[in-house]
Design a protein around this ligand. Structure first.
Ligand code: ZN
Ligand code: ZN
Length: 199
């Protein structure tokens, strides 16, 4: 692949936002690094064979740059604010566990953190996240996962509340769905876990 082709693909996917000029520079390197992070690849900024294959695959499958990253304002960001507000959870509990992507190719959506706290508050017992953010690579390697899972955009959480029957948890999360606070919820049958996601 030529530099220009790589820039074109990165631009199409939303990572490269400056002029396609066929010259490798800092902008190209940063875009490559952001793309590699989102894909769970080693983020070295060097578009080698693996990265080029991932680029072609991402274009074919429409894996665009996640858009819910809020730019910092006045030295803080919406994400910082949500963790200051979060009574029961810290950011690390929502991290992708793959060990390759750095944990946060996207930030957990504030609405997800907020509703998770509401569920935790409602039951008054420890609520254990088992899967929050997932990079695309980790999501795709999980059995039965769908490629466009909301976990990949930081909008889903799987969790259990030890000591509370999963049916009781689900009854409450379904109420939240009806109330519009959740986009969707379901029991992960046989695991004792419940999945929730937000718009
Ligand atoms: Zn990951
Ligand atoms: Zn899930």
């Amino acid at each position: 692949m030529t530099i220009q082709q790589i820039q074109n693909l990165l631009q199409y996917l939303g990572y490269y936002t400056i002029t396609v000029d066929g010259i490798w520079g800092q902008g190209s390197e940063q875009a490559t690094r952001d793309f590699q992070k989102a894909e769970g690849l080693e983020a070295d900024g060097d578009p080698g064979k693996l990265t080029q294959a991932a680029l072609v695959d991402a274009v074919a499958k429409g894996r665009f740059k996640p858009q819910n990253i809020t730019q910092p304002e006045n030295g803080t960001s919406a994400e910082d604010d949500i963790w200051a507000e979060s009574k029961y959870f810290v950011r690390a509990e929502f991290a992708c566990p793959c060990g390759r992507c750095g944990g946060f190719p996207v930030e957990p959506a504030p609405a997800l953190v907020r509703v998770s706290n509401q569920i935790r508050e409602h039951f008054g017992r420890p609520m254990i996240p088992s899967s929050g953010v997932r990079c695309q690579a980790h999501n795709d390697e999980l059995p039965g996962s769908v490629p466009n899972s909301r976990h990949v955009s930081g909008r889903a959480l799987d969790f259990s509340i030890p000591g509370v029957p999963v049916a009781d948890v689900l009854a409450y999360t379904r109420q939240l769905q009806t109330a519009g606070k959740l986009h969707y919820t379901y029991e992960m049958v046989g695991t004792g876990h419940v999945h929730i996601d937000v718009d």
